[in-house]
Design a protein around this ligand. Structure first.
Ligand SMILES: Nc1ncnc2c1ncn2[C@@H]1O[C@H](COP(=O)(O)OP(=O)(O)O)[C@@H](O)[C@H]1O
Ligand SMILES: O=C(OP(=O)(O)O)[C@H](O)COP(=O)(O)O
Length: 404
């Protein structure tokens, strides 16, 4: 049985309130185009083509931060992906919002203002409390159905995510369905062979917790990025040097070194560390060094080296499933993309079940001309992906399951 109702179960003509996750990097006040728009546009288009009036909810940034902006630019970008007009009203649940919702005809789309501009959206609370907020109580009567497509925000118990499914029939959108299925695979599927997890990126504290939680579920871990250097440091190599303007290593080392040391000691045979690293030399070129030749902690390493990519390749080729979280290097700079692109190319070249996770990391696929279709799933979720990998429940998904 499907764990929740989907768009296939949605009654014809239902007036739909759809929660999307359009949270994006903001440049000069406008959202930078990214996969979240393409993916959610497909759900919205399907709803509009079936003749539902579609009112969308989404958030952007957090109050007090520079990226906490209006969704006006998001409506324009969403429209370009849907291929239909997306109206916008600068109101979350007041009279202007109600008027615009009432005026909406079949197949028409409206995006309301950033839900976090309503005091009722945050903070986190249980679903009953969120369902009683003015935000939920005033909007719900305008709709017949609530569709949650915002898998990547499903770890937040906010009003737009857990309140509405208590008062409206609730359905999973297409993005929600696909993300749920792929991201819970480590916890829910049996693979006929080795399961490998490639760990990198800057959020070392998070990914190290994942490694700790995945005991018995993953056979091999291949490490790179900041997390990889913390493991190398624990293995006695003087790496993990913080550049003056970044505090990536020392702070995370303080928080993780005990777990890292225990993991190396107890499960060291599952963990592969980089054998060489790359840095920017005095002339600005990429230079590689064997980890055994590193003498002092004075250099910032920005990628794993080519011998590491060669060593990781057969492990990937021997795997039935590969899950990736975080980049192996600073791939945004072409000189330091080899590690990330190298492992992605190998995964793309195999038939294994593969999930590429992390909003930043998955950008490497488009930047370096890889084909998204060569992976089983490219996730648009960060925090929710990590939680799903470890089997931790997501409050907004639980509400969909409860309603089913
Ligand atoms: N050695 C490194 N030093 C600094 N940054 C790194 C290093 N390796 C990888 N990164 C950075 O990690 C980022 C991606 O990781 P992160 O933000 O944790 O993951 P996510 O993909 O989940 O958003 C990339 O933007 C990349 O530049
Ligand atoms: O972008 C998001 O999370 P992610 O960066 O972990 O993928 C979600 O939109 C959640 O946003 P939040 O972390 O401000 O609650």
């Amino acid at each position: 049985m499907a764990p929740f109702k989907t768009l296939d179960d949605l009654p014809a003509d239902a007036r739909v309130l759809a929660r999307l996750d359009l949270n994006s990097p903001i440049e000069e006040g406008r959202p930078r185009d990214n996969r979240r728009f393409t993916r959610h546009a497909a759900t919205v288009r399907e709803l509009a083509e079936r003749g539902h009036p579609v009112v969308c909810l989404a958030h952007q940034g957090r109050p007090g931060n520079d990226d906490f902006v209006s969704l006006k630019g998001h409506a324009e970008l969403l429209a370009s992906h849907v291929g239909r007009e997306v109206a916008f009203v600068a109101d979350t649940h007041g009279a202007a919002a109600h008027e615009a919702i009432e005026a909406l005809g079949p197949g028409e789309i409206l995006l309301l203002e950033n839900v976090r501009m309503s005091d009722d959206e945050l903070p986190e609370a249980d679903p009953e409390t969120k369902a009683e907020t003015e935000f939920v109580r005033s909007l719900a009567p305008y709709f017949d159905a609530y569709v949650n497509d915002a898998y990547s925000a499903a770890h937040r118990a906010h009003a737009s995510l857990v309140g509405f499914p208590r008062v409206l029939p609730a359905y999973a959108g297409r993005v929600m369905e696909a993300e749920y299925e792929a991201n819970t695979a480590i916890a829910t599927r049996e693979f006929d062979g080795q399961v490998t997890m490639i760990i990198g990126g800057t959020k070392a504290t998070d990914v190290i917790d994942v490694m700790d939680a995945l005991e018995g579920k993953v056979d091999r871990f291949l490490l790179g990025g900041v997390a990889g250097e913390l493991f190398l440091r624990a293995a006695g190599y003087p790496v993990g040097h913080d550049l003056k303007w970044m505090d990536l290593f020392d702070d995370q080392w303080e928080r993780t070194h005990e777990t890292v040391e225990t993991l190396l000691e107890e499960r060291g045979d599952e963990i592969e560390l980089a054998v060489d690293l790359a840095y920017e030399d005095e002339t600005g070129d990429r230079t590689e060094i064997d980890v055994d030749d590193v003498e002092e902690k004075t250099t910032a390493y920005l990628d794993v080296g080519s011998a590491t990519v060669d060593a990781y390749e057969p492990v990937i080729r021997d795997s039935a499933a590969v899950f990736l979280k975080g980049a192996l290097g600073v791939f945004e700079d072409e000189r330091f993309a080899d590690g990330t692109v190298g492992v992605l190319e190998t995964i793309a070249d195999t038939d294994c079940f593969s999930v590429i996770g992390g909003g930043d990391t998955s950008r490497a696929i488009g930047l370096y001309g890889l084909d998204e279709g060569d992976f089983s799933h490219v996730s648009i979720a960060g925090g929710a992906y990590i939680r799903a990998l470890t089997g931790e429940p997501l409050p907004a998904v639980e509400e969909l399951q409860r309603d089913a």
